[in-house]
Design a protein around this ligand. Structure first.
Ligand SMILES: Cc1cc2nc3c(=O)[nH]c(=O)nc-3n(C[C@H](O)[C@H](O)[C@H](O)COP(=O)(O)OP(=O)(O)OC[C@H]3O[C@@H](n4cnc5c(N)ncnc54)[C@H](O)[C@@H]3O)c2cc1C
Length: 394
């Protein structure tokens, strides 16, 4: 049996990529009764290069979809406070239970993406891994009408679809095949090095800010704590690549000296992971027969840890728009996304420059917090408008 066996010739929607954005979108479309195929060139339940702190809007989505219990059942700890360490000040913010969100969570991608894929399959979507989209099928006038799939053995299959959704990440094949225009371009990029540690006690998210350097602690599954160090992409290129462990420790000492001092008592489990950085962008997220969601449509620097939350948010918008099936609905998707993203994008880009002083950084963080509150309020309103009940109580 190959990964292509049993795939039908036609679906209402084909979703390309089956992680945060793609699996969530497939699940929501299948819940509307649409016939959905989601494919991913990677393997089921695997990790990906990403830290994974969720913000309130992301947790709200998981709660509304009835998936937060599963995330907790996998041993994902509750995050009840988020603490900002500036050089001269500590700002400690308790996370209040509200709107069905009992706390924040930072599930490993091996957990979150798997829970979403399982939920999509349970709802009736067909999800196939080890299958990539190599090309698009076009009808007269250039409208996208399907995809050309290839499995790991090189076997090919053409599948037709009413809509093809690219949820295939930062280097989206679908976005480049349709030539989706970039509508907003970031100027800055930060690089991140991170690893998972045992023996590091932490009671919430901890964000440390030094001079042109950042570090943070994110508690996650298995009693482990993700510890990251961030610098400008330029500096990463100049010095980090040659000696990642040495630079990781150097950046930690610059951004969070006390934290760096605790490391001899802790143990790095596995290897360090490095992301060299990539400037953010917003792309036009729809056109004739196609749509984009997640990083494929909207990538912003990881320094504000918001990409997954936005992917879960936009999965909701795109699935509702595709369900309605009109250009007007797709235009509303773009509008809603831009309305909630533009300011967040600009603030993130500025923080990613790592060229602020503490006073400016605190102002940027206040703006970020205001934007996140606006985003949560919009999502609560959206769910209330459609009378969708919370599937879980805090
Ligand atoms: C270093 C780093 C740290 C981050 N930290 C955070 C954080 O703390 N919190 C947060 O919210 N966000 C964070 N992000 C952002 C977050 O990782 C992304 O926003 C999120 O992964 C987007 O999900 P996605 O489903 O759109 O894309 P992805 O997770 O990239 O998934 C895309 C999928 O598409 C598949 N694919 C690609 N091409 C094809 C093809 N042609 N055919 C079939 N399948 C294909 C890939 O195999 C992949 O599985 C971070 C990102 C990075 C790089």
């Amino acid at each position: 049996m190959t990964a292509l066996d049993g795939i039908k010739a036609r679906y209402d929607v084909v979703v390309v990529g089956a992680r945060a954005a793609g699996a969530a979108t497939a699940m929501l479309l299948a819940r509307q009764g649409l016939r959905v195929l989601a494919v991913d060139r990677g393997a089921y339940g695997t990790d990906t290069l990403s830290t994974h702190a969720l913000m309130r809007a992301g947790v709200l989505q998981l709660a509304r979809w009835g998936l937060l219990d599963r995330i907790e059942a996998e041993g994902t700890p509750r995050v009840r406070r988020t603490v900002f360490h500036y050089e001269d000040e500590v700002v400690d913010i308790p996370i209040k239970a509200k709107d069905g969100v009992p706390a924040l969570f930072a599930p490993r991608r091996t957990v979150l993406d798997r829970v979403l894929v399982d939920a999509a399959v349970e709802t009736g979507a067909v999800v196939r891994h080890h299958v990539r989209v190599a090309d698009l099928v076009r009808g007269s006038g250039g409208r996208v009408e399907g995809v050309l799939l290839r499995d790991d053995e090189g076997d090919a299959l053409a599948v037709r679809a009413g809509t093809v959704i690219g949820a295939d990440g930062l280097r989206s094949t679908v976005a480049s095949l349709v030539g989706a225009p970039v509508t907003r371009q970031g100027r800055h990029a930060s690089a991140v090095v991170y690893g998972y540690w045992s023996g590091l006690e932490v009671d919430g998210y901890r964000w440390h800010w030094g001079r042109a350097a950042a570090a943070g602690l994110i508690p996650t599954n298995g009693g482990l704590v993700l510890l990251y160090a961030g610098v400008s992409s330029r500096r990463f290129a100049e010095e980090t690549r040659a000696d990642i462990p040495g630079c990781y420790r150097r950046i930690l000492e610059e951004a969070a000296p006390e934290l760096a001092g605790r490391l001899p008592e802790a143990r790095l489990e596995g290897t360090l992971h490095g992301f060299p950085g990539h400037p953010g962008f917003l792309r036009r997220p729809w056109g004739p027969g196609w749509a984009l969601v997640g990083d494929a449509a909207y990538f912003k620097d990881p320094i504000t840890a918001h990409g997954i939350s936005d992917a879960l948010r936009d999965a909701e918008f795109v699935a509702r728009a595709v369900g309605r099936g009109t250009d007007a609905a797709m235009a509303e998707y773009e509008l809603a996304r831009d309305e909630l993203s533009t300011s967040l994008f600009e603030v993130t880009d500025r923080i990613a420059s790592l060229e602020w002083d503490n006073a400016e950084l605190k102002t940027l963080h206040r703006r970020l917090s205001d934007e996140m509150k606006r985003e949560v309020a919009a999502m609560v309103e959206l769910h209330e408008e459609t009378g969708e009940p919370a599937r879980r109580s805090a």
